[in-house]
Design a binder for this molecule. Structure first.
Ligand SMILES: Cc1cc2nc3c(=O)[nH]c(=O)nc-3n(C[C@H](O)[C@H](O)[C@H](O)COP(=O)(O)OP(=O)(O)OC[C@H]3O[C@@H](n4cnc5c(N)ncnc54)[C@H](O)[C@@H]3O)c2cc1C
Length: 340
């Protein structure tokens, strides 16, 4: 059986790959980055793991929660318990009754890393073009290599899936329709700054802060509080979507975020000993443009293109990404059974 090729090793692509493999389908995952996880991201600064996408994992479905717990040697249930400020959390339903929250000692990337275990994931493979070729879909990488498969899955931000679909030289109507649908979907932008402070900096008394009065900062996460061993004080600052969008090309945006942290958190927060910046062009999905279920497009020659990701299940975020990948895998498997 030819492998299903999945583009994107974020949570949705890896969940899809895992479910296909569990059903006996061979799978290859192609990822442009040097590691797995996509937006479910952790970066080390001065040796401290800092979560600069989702600050913590949350969800309500028992199977998703079990997968999160299994991913970490030390899942910290309930984090954050000490919340400062009345501002809007990134995903307000993270704090609704029935929702469980976890910080992972290794960082949130431990979750996608656990999903990737045992899978054939090929890193630093940027797909630049898709082309239907009879019963196959041809994929071209930035390095000029080619892959082909009867079933290709795009497990990306909706904007990225749309731009890959638009590389087909003569897209069939089903692809044009899907691209139009994806065009309705919007992501929020987020400028994020990771900051580590000198030894002796007093730790803030909260674990996460959602400042209401700031027009710049959406949240400040006190990363050190996720780990019982403590360590240097480290913060992640995330800009508000509108502010981030307006300052995407401003070379001084990270200084502006730090200056605002100095106002909101305390003067010490403006002068870290080390920092690292990240621009998320596609961060969280905009609630108003959520799509309900993943797509499985049947091309005229018989090949299939699936599209999944956080936009394709209710609620958005990591849990939605995971469900969408699994739902797409179930559709691929049931379609294959119908046609054999
Ligand atoms: C700042 C921030 C805060 C967030 N807060 C929360 C939160 O509080 N709660 C929550 O649940 N979620 C939150 N999220 C959203 C959550 O991280 C995402 O919804 C989820 O991780 C998306 O997973 P995905 O698999 O759909 O997409 P992604 O994680 O984007 O995975 C797509 C993968 O495809 C790869 N890729 C892209 N283009 C190509 C290409 N051409 N070729 C090959 N590979 C490619 C990317 O490198 C990436 O690894 C946040 C995200 C950010 C950035």
């Amino acid at each position: 059986m030819s492998p299903v090729v999945i583009v994107g090793a974020g949570v949705s692509g890896l969940a899809c790959a895992q479910a296909l493999r569990a059903a006996g389908r061979p799978v290859v995952v192609l990822e442009r980055a040097r590691g797995v996880g996509g937006r479910c991201a952790t970066r080390r600064v001065e040796g401290v793991p800092l979560d600069f996408g989702p600050t913590f994992l949350h969800g309500s479905a028992p199977d998703f929660l079990a997968a999160v717990r299994a991913a970490s040697s030390a899942p910290r249930g309930g984090w954050p318990t000490i919340v400062e400020g009345q501002g809007q959390p990134c995903q307000p339903d993270a704090f609704t009754p029935g929702e469980q929250r976890f910080a992972l000692e290794e960082g949130v990337v431990a979750f996608p890393r656990a999903l990737a275990a045992g899978l054939d994931v090929r890193l630093q493979q940027t797909i630049t073009r898709l082309e239907p070729a009879g019963e196959q879909v041809l994929l071209e990488t930035a390095a000029g290599e080619e892959h082909q498969a009867p079933v290709v899955v795009l497990a990306l931000a909706a904007e990225q899936s749309r731009s890959l679909l638009s590389t087909m030289s003569a897209p069939p109507p089903v692809v044009r329709g899907a691209a139009a649908l994806l065009g309705l979907s919007r992501s929020q932008t987020c400028l994020a700054l990771l900051a580590v402070y000198p030894e002796g900096t007093p730790a803030p008394p909260w674990q996460i802060c959602y400042p209401r009065s700031s027009r710049v900062l959406q949240l400040v996460s006190h990363e050190t509080s996720k780990r019982p061993a403590g360590g240097r004080v480290a913060l992640v600052l995330q800009g508000r979507p509108a502010w981030s969008r307006a300052h995407l090309d401003d070379p001084a945006w990270s200084d502006a975020l730090l200056a605002e942290a100095g106002e909101v958190v305390g003067p010490w927060a403006a002068t870290p000993m080390a920092r690292s910046a990240h621009r998320w062009l596609y961060a969280r999905s905009d609630r108003s443009s959520e799509l309900v279920a993943p797509l499985l497009l049947e091309l005229p020659g018989g090949a299939q293109v699936g599209v999944c990701g956080d936009r394709f299940a209710p609620g958005g975020g990591v849990e939605a990404a995971w469900h969408s990948g699994r739902a797409l895998a179930a559709r691929i498997i049931s379609q294959a059974m119908e046609t054999t």
